[in-house]
Design a protein. Structure first.
Lengths: 472, 124
C-alpha cells in the first residue's frame, strides 16, 4: 500500500486536514483516482480551482537519463618519463630545515680517524656533485629532510675507510663485500666509501644499481670474437658519469698504448678524459671502455675504486637470452664480468685498488651459492682453520661455481645497528635540523635505539622522523 | 615511424608488441626472434638500429605469417566442409564444433567458427 504522505516534505494527511478541512470532501468524492497515486488527485484539485489545498512543488535535483556531457580534463597528464623522473628524483637540500652550525666537513683525514666516530659531518660541495654524478644518492634515503647533506661517521665507516686507504697506500687490492641486515646502512656505507675515494683523488667507477644490468631492461649485443655480451647504452651512460665525476684526475693522464683496433682514432697525446669522452655511439662504447680500462691498469696511474650496489643481482643467471635462446649468466655480460673478475682477484691492479660490493636486503634474490660463499669468506676472515670453514650442502646440486670464484678471498664487512653514542649524535643532528621535536636525553635515545631493534638506522629514522605526531 | 615487414609502427611501440601484431606470430616466436637479434624484451621499436629493422623484415618474410597462416587454417576448414563432415557444417553455420551446448554461451563460436577464419584482410 502506497503511503499517502508526501515523501519529500513529510506533510501528513492529518496536517492537511487541519489546514484545509474543506478539501477532504472534494478528495473523497473523486472515485476515479487510483489509491496509490496522488498525482491525478492533485491535478484534479488544481483544475477544479481548489486553492485551499497546500501543493508541494517538487524542486531540487531531477534524474536526467542519457549521456552526461563530459567535462574536459583540466589536468595536464604527465609527459612520457615524467612520472618516473618524479619518482626517482634526488632532493639534497631543503630550505625549510634549519641550518646546523658547527659541524665539521668530511675530509680524507677525519674519515680514517677513530676519534671522529660518532660525529655528524657535512659532505663538501664538490664531493656532493661528484657523488650525485655517479648516482650514489638514492631516492629512498632521507636527504630531502635536511638543509644540506650530512652523514654520521660510524665505527664501520672508519674501519672500512682505513682498510681502503691502507690497501691503496700499499698498492694492493682490497676486495670487500658489505653485508648486513635490511636498513642497517649498507648503501650509505658504500656512499662513504665513494666519498673517501673522491677525497683521496682516486678514479671512482660506480655501478649504482646492479639490477639495471641483469634484468634485461637495457640494450645488449654480442661482442665480436668472444662469448661475452656488451650493454652499449648503459656503458655510454657510465662513461659519461666517469668522465664528469673524475674529469680533473683523468685529464692528467695520457694515453700510453696503441689502440689500433679501436673504431675511433686515439693518439698518444690524448688524455684519458678525452678517451672516455670520445664516443657517444653505442656501437663503439664497449671497445672504448675496454681500452680505457686497459689504460687505467697501467703502472703509474691513479688508484681505482670500483663499486657496485646490489651484489646479489649479478650473482645469478640474468634475464637476457643469447641468440640461441639460452639464458645468459650475468658473468657473461661484459661490464659485470669486469667487476666479477676484479672482485674475485683475477684482475691485477698495479696501482692499488678498492673493489667494493654492497649487498642489498630489501630487493635481492635468494642465492644459496652467494650466501654460502660469503659465509665461508667470513669464516676465513675470522681466522677459521681449513676444516672449520662451513661446507657446502652435499645434497644441493645447483651451486654456481662462478659465484664462488667471484667471491674467493673477499673481506666481509657485516653492518649492524649503530651504538647508542652514535645514535645520540645522530638524533642531536635531527633535533638541531628541526625534524625531530624531542628532547634528546639518555632516556629518549635509549627508547628510540631499542625501538629500532638495536640501532638499525632505517628503523631509527622510521620511529623518529616519519612519525612526528608520536614524538610531539 | 619504423617500417617492419611493410607495416609502419610508432617509435614508442614495444618490439614485442609490434611482432605479435602479425597473425600467426605469438609470444614464443617473438621471444625467439628478439633473442636472435639481441633485442631486449623492453626495447622500443624506435631504439633498434635501422639494420636490425631490415633484418627483422627479412626474417619475417621467410615465416608463415599473416595471409599464409590464415590460408592454412581456412584451407583446413574448407576441406572439412567439402568432405561434408559434421565439423565442416558446424563451421559453416558458425556453431560450436566440438559438442558444446548451444542453448547459451556460443559467442566465441559465433565469433570464430566461420569459413573465413582469421579474417580476409591483411595488415600488410
Amino acid at each position: 500500500m502506497a503511503s499517502t504522505n508526501c515523501w519529500r516534505c513529510l506533510a501528513r494527511p492529518s496536517q492537511r486536514l487541519l489546514l484545509a478541512p474543506a478539501s477532504m470532501t472534494a478528495a473523497s468524492s473523486n472515485p476515479t483516482s487510483a489509491a496509490f497515486s496522488t498525482s491525478t488527485q492533485l491535478a484534479a484539485r488544481s483544475t477544479s480551482g481548489d486553492t485551499g489545498m497546500s501543493r508541494h512543488i517538487r524542486t531540487g535535483k531531477r534524474l536526467i537519463l542519457g549521456k552526461k556531457k563530459r567535462q574536459g580534463d583540466k589536468h595536464k597528464t604527465p609527459g612520457p618519463g615524467e612520472r618516473k623522473a618524479f619518482r626517482k628524483r634526488i632532493q639534497l637540500s631543503n630550505d625549510n630545515a634549519l641550518v646546523v652550525p658547527g659541524l665539521a666537513e668530511l675530509t680524507a683525514q677525519n674519515v680514517v680517524d677513530p676519534g671522529a666516530v660518532g660525529q655528524v659531518v657535512g659532505i663538501p660541495v664538490d664531493v656532493v656533485d661528484q657523488l650525485r654524478t655517479c648516482e650514489a644518492f638514492k631516492s629512498t634515503q632521507n636527504w630531502g629532510l635536511f638543509r644540506s647533506p650530512h652523514m654520521l661517521i660510524r665505527k664501520e665507516t672508519v674501519d672500512m675507510a682505513q682498510q681502503l686507504t691502507d690497501a691503496v697506500a700499499k698498492k694492493e687490492t682490497l676486495r670487500m663485500v658489505v653485508t648486513g641486515d635490511r636498513g642497517s646502512g649498507k648503501s650509505i656505507l658504500g656512499l662513504q666509501a665513494l666519498a673517501t675515494g673522491f677525497l683521496n683523488k682516486w678514479v671512482v667507477i660506480n655501478i649504482p644499481e646492479a639490477q639495471e644490468l641483469t634484468t634485461a631492461a637495457t640494450e645488449y649485443s654480442t661482442v665480436h670474437n668472444s662469448d661475452m655480451f656488451s650493454q652499449p647504452v648503459y656503458i655510454v651512460k657510465l662513461m659519461q658519469a666517469i668522465h664528469k665525476a673524475n674529469g680533473p684526475i683523468l685529464s692528467q693522464c695520457r694515453v700510453e698504448l696503441d689502440h689500433m683496433q679501436l673504431p675511433i682514432s686515439v693518439t698518444r697525446n690524448m688524455s684519458l678524459a678525452a678517451l672516455i669522452n670520445a664516443t657517444k655511439e653505442p656501437e663503439f662504447a664497449w671497445p672504448v671502455f675496454q681500452a680505457f680500462w686497459k689504460e687505467l691498469l697501467r703502472p703509474g696511474r691513479p688508484p681505482i675504486m670500483f663499486a657496485l650496489d646490489g651484489l646479489a643481482h649479478i650473482m645469478r643467471v640474468s634475464d637476457y637470452r643469447s641468440p640461441a635462446f639460452e639464458l645468459i649468466h650475468s658473468h657473461d655480460l661484459g661490464l659485470v664480468r669486469m667487476f666479477a673478475e676484479a672482485l674475485g682477484g683475477k684482475t691485477p691492479f698495479p696501482n692499488g685498488a678498492a673493489v667494493l660490493a654492497v649487498c642489498s636486503r630489501g630487493n635481492a634474490p635468494i642465492l644459496p651459492s652467494m650466501d654460502k660463499a660469503l659465509e665461508q669468506a667470513a669464516a676465513i676472515q675470522a681466522g677459521a682453520k681449513a676444516e672449520e670453514v662451513p661446507l657446502r650442502d652435499a645434497f644441493y646440486r645447483k651451486y654456481d661455481e662462478r659465484v664462488f670464484e667471484a667471491l674467493r678471498g673477499v673481506r666481509v664487512l657485516d653492518v649492524r645497528g649503530v651504538t647508542k653514542h652514535e645514535a645520540r649524535s645522530l638524533m642531536e643532528y635531527w633535533a638541531a635540523s628541526g625534524v625531530l621535536r624531542l628532547r634528546v636525553d639518555e632516556k629518549n635515545v635509549s627508547d628510540r635505539w631499542t625501538l629500532a631493534g638495536g640501532g638499525v638506522l632505517a628503523e631509527m629514522e622510521r620511529v623518529s622522523l616519519y612519525d612526528i605526531r608520536a614524538t610531539v | 615511424m619504423v617500417n617492419v615487414f611493410g607495416v609502419n609502427f610508432h617509435e614508442r611501440k614495444f618490439v614485442k608488441k609490434a611482432l605479435e601484431s602479425f597473425y600467426g606470430l605469438g609470444p614464443q616466436t617473438s621471444a625467439r626472434i628478439m633473442a636472435k637479434y639481441t633485442i631486449h624484451p623492453l626495447a622500443r621499436i624506435g631504439a633498434i638500429p635501422h639494420k636490425t629493422a631490415t633484418a627483422l623484415t627479412a626474417e619475417l618474410s621467410t615465416m608463415t605469417i599473416e595471409m599464409d597462416a590464415r590460408r592454412i587454417v581456412q584451407d583446413n576448414i574448407k576441406r572439412l566442409r567439402d568432405m561434408g563432415t559434421y565439423r565442416g557444417r558446424r563451421h559453416a553455420m558458425g556453431l560450436p564444433v566440438r559438442g558444446q551446448k548451444t542453448r547459451t554461451q556460443t559467442e566465441t563460436a559465433k565469433k570464430l567458427n566461420t569459413l573465413e577464419r582469421g579474417g580476409t584482410s591483411s595488415r600488410i
